[in-house]
Design a protein around this ligand. Structure first.
Ligand SMILES: *Cc1c(COP(=O)(O)O)cnc(C)c1O
Length: 398
């Protein structure tokens, strides 16, 4: 480790709030799937900055629209009309179930907006008593008060109680339990079609259909959180398209901004009609620069050739992972390029071994490795990754 690297890490301990345990290198540059640190080491990025860099790092088209837009107009607030924002909303609606969009700056904010809209919808349509929200064990929706309240993680919630009331958690993929929880007092059900942080669990078609039916039966809104699973990650533009259902609200963030911060809450006209001017707001949400970038990302990831590529390369990656035949692998699961490898050992030491071998991996819980590579990953990069996994998981270089 050189003096510059060491200096940054030391200074971080002095000045950055210690909410993140971090490995001991400093990333400074990236191109495609390759990241470089301040000591000149290379890393193959299999996390995409947590499902963000779908087009890899330093994509030339993204770089050029950022430069163009920032030279022209970078911020005006949401007090004024903005062409890039309108274009982006139109495209998001054209490509999905939605009729209207609300923009914010992050996933948690997109979820906050969804929860508020669901409450307002219930209040306008059914009166003040219908305030219950149903969410699922293993789900993750963010760290702000509302989004944390629907995130079933005891360790995340416990220090911050009391939370937003009237939330009930059911077991994921359990239809009978969900049918019992969703009733006349339910205003919304929030679900990830593929749970990300919770260990990469894919919903069953029957479960998603049952949620849709039960919501319809009781006038509750189905909120699909696609902050991680959306934007082509699963081989379809939206993960909900795998399940033969449509939500009332969908939350997006992460990959939509191509590396810049954005959140989007997409809704049907029926919900939108219950929201009035002044009900919600954001200073930065859907600003000109990030909206221009999101238009590029959406155009590229919605291209059928990109979605086919995700499906094909996912099959190739799964085939190679299965062929590893490691005694540490219990199960490989997922959808598209959202893949979980459940291990019979702790995942964290493997992340550290990965750093040494030049690869960035994520975990999802204590014993699941989570793979979220940029969607532009090539066969050669999969082969390189598999070679490293062979060292880490099979030859037991730990
Ligand atoms: C990351 C994530 C969030 C929270 O997004 P932030 O931008 O970190 O606030 C919410 N829901 C899901 C499914 C996520 O993966």
């Amino acid at each position: 480790m050189n003096d510059f690297t060491n200096g940054i890490i030391q200074k971080e301990a002095n000045y950055i709030l210690g909410t993140y345990p971090r490995p001991s290198f400093v990333l400074i540059q990236g191109t495609g799937l390759t990241l470089v640190d301040t000591d000149g080491n290379n890393y193959l990025d299999f996390g995409s900055g947590i499902a963000v860099n779908a087009l890899g790092h330093s994509d030339p088209e993204i770089t050029s629209v950022v430069q163009e837009q920032i030279n022209q107009l970078s911020h005006i607030s949401n007090l004024y009309h903005s062409a890039p924002q309108v274009e982006l909303a139109e495209q998001l609606c054209n490509f999905s179930f939605a009729d209207k969009v609300f923009f914010s700056n992050s996933g948690a904010e997109a979820v906050e907006a969804a929860l508020k809209f669901a409450r307002k919808h219930a209040r306008v349509k059914h009166g003040p008593g219908k305030t219950g929200t149903v969410a699922f064990q293993g789900g993750f929706h963010g760290r702000t008060y509302g989004s944390l309240s629907v995130t079933s993680r005891e360790d995340y919630q416990a220090p911050f109680r009391p939370l937003v009331p009237d939330v009930a958690f059911g077991p994921y993929n359990n239809i009978e339990a969900a049918q019992k929880l969703i009733g006349p007092n339910t205003c919304a059900v929030i679900v990830e079609p593929v749970q990300g942080e919770g260990g990469v669990h894919v919903a069953s078609v029957e479960f998603m259909k049952a949620l849709r039916e039960q919501c319809d039966k009781f006038g509750a809104l189905l909120i699909v959180d696609e902050i991680q699973s959306g934007m082509g990650r699963t081989g379809k533009l939206w993960a909900y398209q795998h399940f033969g259902i449509e939500p009332d609200i969908m939350t997006l963030a992460k990959a939509l901004g191509g590396g810049l911060p954005i959140g989007a809450t997409l809704l049907t006209d029926a919900v939108a009609q219950t929201i009035d001017a002044g009900d919600h707001g954001s200073t930065f949400g859907g600003g000109p620069v990030v909206s221009r970038v999101a238009l590029v990302v959406l155009k590229r990831v919605s291209d059928p050739s990109m979605l086919n590529h995700v499906a094909t390369i996912s099959d190739y990656l799964l085939e190679k992972l299965t062929a590893l035949n490691s005694s540490h692998i219990k199960q490989i699961r997922g959808l598209g390029l959202m893949i979980g490898i459940e291990l019979n050992i702790e995942a964290k030491p493997l992340l550290i071994e990965g750093y040494k071998q030049g690869i960035l991996l994520l975990n999802a819980g204590s014993n699941v490795l989570r793979l979220l590579p940029p969607l532009i990953i090539t066969k050669e990069e999969v082969d390189k990754f598999i070679q490293i996994m062979q060292m880490i998981l099979v030859e037991d270089k730990k």
